[in-house]
Design a protein around this ligand. Structure first.
Ligand SMILES: Nc1nc2c(c(=O)[nH]1)N[C@H]1C(S)=C(S)[C@@H](COP(=O)(O)OP(=O)(O)OC[C@H]3O[C@@H](n4cnc5c(=O)[nH]c(N)nc54)[C@H](O)[C@@H]3O)O[C@H]1N2
Ligand SMILES: Nc1nc2c(c(=O)[nH]1)N[C@H]1C(S)=C(S)[C@@H](COP(=O)(O)OP(=O)(O)OC[C@H]3O[C@@H](n4cnc5c(=O)[nH]c(N)nc54)[C@H](O)[C@@H]3O)O[C@H]1N2
Ligand SMILES: [Mo]
Length: 771
């Protein structure tokens, strides 16, 4: 397999096949071969997302009660292969490479080293990671952390760790004395967690799998489903076969949203009967969603005003609005007053298209709205999500079968981590319960989220940074300013499965603690353990590992948290960390005791096929908002990024996205099949006209430079430009390679999610630059 990224040798040819199909089968065979687990992998995959099996470690999409024989997708299989790989980063591997040498490696090269097999500690003399015993590692980390100011210690979590581990982790941090619990959701759906409580009074989506059977319209915003939640194509396919319209809003014509061949349907595979996933594709400008939805709302109001005057059936759901909502008349007026020219300019599409979308929506009885990072990672993300709920509330589409809002979450347990207390906001922590159960005083000072943690690092204010999974240094923005500051942190500790960039860019003292993955058998003194996770639709599932651990030296994540807790916390007779590790069902009892409403009979119900659902007030049309109503919130305007010189000549709006062959910073290969990019990630895909206007040619190499006013030069050089079907003024490239371009301060206003989908950049042709 090719791991060196040479954009000169890359090729670009459009992929005209559907998502799924034989392409998917081929990719699956190729990853199992690459990770040297063709036989074992096939056996393991049969248990993926099955009752009594394991919950996929890739995305968080719902797992049905009656799974297909192959209830996994191509990308879920890649994630599995990556975890059960035969490749190992042993002490011999670390002896062979200095850390400085590995700084020059790309993400694929780093992770290709395989699973880390033993605890390792960085040795400055030899510039290498050397093996260390678990006891030595924990004793040293514990001794250092014990004397630190808890407010200068950060406990990061990526969204993969189980509910059990996450509960223990937040409890440890709080007992230690800090709410510094940033997690990957701070870069992801935090905009949702901030926006929805104000409008519908819940922090998560309301749609469940059952709703797919009752819906008669789907609105789809800013999510690349074929790559990032492929199993969702199955219910979507079923919905389309019933003739339900799916209206997609996306600057790119993403393959999976255009058409799909079910790779698990023998008939479709032989006949290739593609299912057209989107019935209307609205190719809006990056950041154009608020304007586009305002256009739809405007047309709905025009139709409604007309219906009212002619005595026809109303277009808005008057009964719902009166009984349940507040703020409608102000919003309706804002929609009536909105100017079509301005809407078209900001949305980048014609009023005809928006009116068509509005008319389709107006004919539905129960509509669902799904969205992803194309919405949450913008300066005005929270406002846009308010606009999406406005659209649903206009027609009473919350709290009835077939309707609702569906933020498509990322990591396989990111939503669950929040549910069990991983949050930097003390108001969201179950402090009364923690006080009652464990007799300690939880810290009440707000902790650091991801952006604030980065700011503190830049200011030299962090003594230790502990990472429960993930690849923090690579996932955050502004690498140029943060990496040097990160190296000055006195202690960094990373709980990892595979070696990555955050191991290479490390603190002064640095430990790697290798853990079991979710697919591996986790044996503790009471026997084999299972864990639980929450999916995107608020269902909790049990998950049992089945594959042999990558090394006999790995510890489970609960064990690692417990060992650290025992060293950094004063003795507390009410928390028996060892007993929790011996038997995770006791952690689940503790979770149940903390949130009895959500986790009633947790240990039994987690094995219910399809999972058990958490109660969600908005589903019952009970509104846990400050005013007890569902709220329309009128936008302040729909300029995508008011503080950015978006429309200055030569400035392009960059969105950084995932390719088909990666899981976040984990890169499985250098291809992005669906977008027709083969053999490189150092590419910018742009509009033909823009290429011409800027005096460039396809295949030229450029340096991308961020437009900002803070005087810091941010650039990424040697990027190949290629023409692509993308609206003018918009440009796209890959996360995480382009993260150095995103200023840390360029984040969503209320939620602080880095605005990775609208970075203003200029391009400098490389020959010109050298001259
Ligand atoms: N295989 C695989 N699965 C994954 C992941 C992975 O990396 N690989 N990552 C997981 C995680 S953590 C997450 S959060 C999710 C991410 O899943 P997505 O939300 O799909 O994330 P992105 O790849 O960033 O793609 C964003 C999509 O939004 C579109 N978009 C960008 N800007 C705009 C805009 O302004 N408006 C609109 N309407 N659309 C826009 C892009 O064209 C793209 O289709 O997937 C999860 N699942
Ligand atoms: N420019 C740009 N930046 C982005 C985004 C974007 O769209 N554009 N997306 C953002 C989003 S949505 C997210 S969620 C973040 C992701 O940020 P993170 O969650 O921090 O990053 P990942 O790449 O998912 O982490 C991968 C690493 O997790 C470790 N790992 C895998 N499995 C396990 C396990 O079971 N246990 C433990 N302990 N470790 C494990 C492996 O060592 C692997 O290298 O990135 C954000 N950054
Ligand atoms: Mo995410």
């Amino acid at each position: 397999m090719k791991t060196k990224d040479n954009p000169e040798q890359a090729s670009f040819h459009e992929y005209t096949n559907s998502a799924g199909g034989w392409g998917s089968v081929k990719a699956l065979a190729s990853i199992l071969t690459q990770e040297r687990v063709l036989g074992a992998g096939t056996r393991v995959l049969m248990k993926q997302n099955k009752p009594q099996g394991f919950a996929c470690v890739s995305c968080s999409w719902a797992k049905p009660a009656d799974p297909h024989m192959f209830e996994f997708c191509e990308n879920g299989a890649k994630a599995t292969a990556w975890e059960i790989t035969d490749k190992r980063a042993t002490p011999d591997f670390f002896a062979a490479h200095t850390v400085t040498e590995m700084e020059g490696w790309n993400d694929l090269e780093l992770e290709s080293s395989g699973r880390v097999t033993e605890p390792m500690k960085y040795d400055i003399e030899s510039d290498r990671y050397l093996p260390v015993s678990w006891r030595e590692a924990f004793d040293d980390i514990g001794a250092r952390m014990k004397i630190m100011d808890p407010e200068k210690v950060v406990f990061y979590a990526s969204g993969r760790a189980s509910l059990e581990t996450s509960y223990m982790y937040q409890l440890m941090a709080r007992m230690y004395g800090t709410n510094n619990l940033p997690d990957s959701s701070n870069m992801c759906h935090e905009s949702t967690s901030v926006a929805l409580p104000k409008t519908i009074g819940v922090p998560v989506g309301t749609v469940t799998l059952d709703d797919f059977e009752h819906t008669d319209c789907i609105l789809f915003f800013g999510h690349n489903t074929g790559t990032n939640a492929p199993r969702m194509l199955h219910p979507l396919e079923a919905v389309r076969k019933r003739g339900v319209p799916v209206i997609t809003f996306n600057p790119l014509r993403e393959r999976g949203l255009v058409s799909f061949v079910n790779p698990q349907s023998p008939l479709e595979m032989l006949t290739p009967a593609r299912t057209a996933i989107s019935s209307q594709y609205v190719q809006i400008k990056v950041g154009g969603d608020t304007a586009a939805v305002m256009g739809m709302a405007k047309h709905l109001m025009a139709m409604d005003d007309e219906a009212l005057s002619s005595g026809m059936r109303r277009v808005v759901d008057v009964a719902f609005i009166e009984e349940h909502t507040e703020g409608f008349s102000e919003f309706a007026q804002a929609a009536r007053d909105a100017d079509w020219d301005e809407i078209e300019r900001h949305a980048g599409v014609s009023r005809t298209e928006l009116k068509q979308a509005a008319e389709t929506y107006s004919r539905s009885n129960a509509a669902m709205l799904m969205y992803g990072m194309g919405i949450t990672q913008h300066r005005e993300a929270v406002r846009t999500i308010h606009m999406l709920t406005n659209l649903l509330l206009m027609r009473g589409n919350i709290g009835k079968p077939g309707a609702g809002i569906c933020p498509i979450r990322g990591h396989s347990n990111v939503q669950g981590q929040r549910t069990v207390g991983i949050t930097e906001k003390p108001a969201l922590a179950p402090n009364d319960k923690l006080r009652e159960l464990y007799h300690f005083e939880p810290p009440m000072k707000k902790g650091l989220n991801t952006v604030e943690a980065c700011e503190a690092i830049q200011q030299g204010g962090i003594s230790a940074f502990f990472m429960l999974g993930g690849n923090f240094v690579r996932a955050i923005p502004d690498h140029g300013t943060i990496e040097p500051a990160w190296r000055a942190i006195p202690l960094t500790v990373q709980v990892v499965t595979r070696f990555n960039r955050s191991c290479v860019i490390h603190g002064k003292t640095s430990y790697l603690l290798p853990c079991l993955g979710r697919i591996e058998v986790d044996r503790q003194s009471s026997g084999e353990q299972a864990v639980a996770v929450e999916d995107s639709t608020g269902c909790m599932h049990g998950s049992r590992g089945m594959s042999k651990p990558a090394s006999d030296q790995l510890l489970s994540e609960p064990a690692i948290v417990a060992e650290l807790a025992k060293r950094i916390l004063p003795f507390n007779s009410r928390v028996d960390w060892d007993a929790w590790v011996a038997d995770y069902s006791r952690v689940r009892d503790a979770i149940e005791a903390t949130w009895p409403d959500i986790f009633r009979d947790f240990n039994d119900r987690m094995w219910k096929p399809g999972g058990f659902q958490r109660p969600l007030a908005a589903r019952e049309r009970s509104w846990k908002t400050p005013n007890g109503r569902a709220n329309f919130i009128s936008p302040r305007g729909y300029e995508p990024d008011p503080d950015m010189p978006a429309y200055a000549p030569g400035v392009l709006r960059l969105m950084t996205v995932r390719g088909d062959s990666q899981f976040n910073t984990t890169v499985y290969s250098l291809d992005d099949r669906f977008r027709g990019v083969w053999g490189t990630r150092r590419v910018l895909l742009m509009n033909c006209e823009d290429i011409r206007t800027l005096g460039l040619n396809s295949g030229d190499f450029v340096t991308a430079v961020t437009v900002s006013t803070d005087g810091i030069k941010r650039s990424v050089s040697h990027l190949r430009i290629e023409p692509f079907d993308i609206p003018p003024g918009c440009i796209t490239g890959y996360f995480p390679e382009l993260n150095p371009l995103i200023p840390l301060a360029h984040h969503a206003l209320e939620s602080k999610v880095p605005a990775a989908k609208s970075v203003p950049i200029r391009l400098v042709a490389e020959a010109m630059e050298q001259a």
